[in-house]
Design a protein around this ligand. Sequence first.
Ligand SMILES: [Zn+2]
Length: 369
Amino acid sequence: MTHQAIRHIDGHFGNICPKAQEGIMVKGRFAPSPTGRMHLGNILSAFLSYLSAKSQGGQWLLRIEDLDQGRSRTEFARQLEEDLLWLGLEWDEGGLDHAEYCQSKRGEIYEHYCSLLAEQGLTYPCWCSRADLMASSAPHQSDGRVVYAGTCRPREGFVPGENGVGFYAADGSYRDCSRKAATRIIVPDREITIVDRHYGPVSENLARDCGDFIIKRADGTAAYQLAVVVDDALMGVTEVVRGCDLLQSAPQQAWLHETLGFEAPAFAHLPLLCAHDGRRLCKRDKSLDMGELRKRYTPGQMLGLLAQLSGLIQGSDIRQGNDSGHGRDSKQASDLKRIIDMDNPPYMSLEEIIPIFSWSKVPLDNIVL
Ligand SMILES: [Zn+2]
């Protein structure tokens, strides 16, 4: 997924969080899932969310998103904290030692907000299996996202099954309801717009582009979208900085904030790291996991590398060839590819980097390594 799939206006949307302009203390957050060692992309997210908050004199919190109990491990969360501290990214609140910042310990809170949505008549049970979903949903035209077809959404003509554990859907097919249901929320058929601080306005018609989405899984645990919205609101997060693979869920989350009576945080998404062939870098690229990176670099070099990757330093001292300027266009991506010195990054400290941080310097296009 690239941000090009989304309508946005290119430009600079400000380094000051709108909340800060209202005189509210800025609070950023890093919210990783402890399912393995962090890789360069994760640490770039942490770095930029930290800088964005700290450059405004704000606070930075660490939340452990361990809802997926099958894949999350405490030792991964410990390692992740140790990797952040190695780099000097110290959080002001949260972390593994505070259960209230671990999603796996917050089930009752999510349940409460799930029931508030049910009371508004916005939720319904969904019994679709994965196979049902693939059969009934058309991949979204622009980004391959699967839009839920609304199969289980209550409608007129609802006929309960004879044995009381199923019903006949509007298309006449019988829905088996004997297994546990997930809970979906009914989304409105209207455009929801957020103004991303890096990518600008992002609009989405939730009914058309997203469909009714799951807020609670069939096993009773909260789904990611609900947990993230409830946590950001209750933890007082004023700005969400994360990879632009999540840009499309920002309108969805902003709407959920509004529906729950919360004020949505500001969003700032960052470009993804890609290999030369355009493939997104991920946990499988072992050479870029923190274990390998820590063997290769000192913390100061690692900070210098991150500052280069995010465009914060790109002076003539590190540029090569006949570079012609600072255009935020596709040319910039190819320039960056040449100038990022993975072998010998400069030493930098956070104290040096915080004052030079600006979203306007961060590229919009994927960063090619
Ligand atoms: Zn369904």
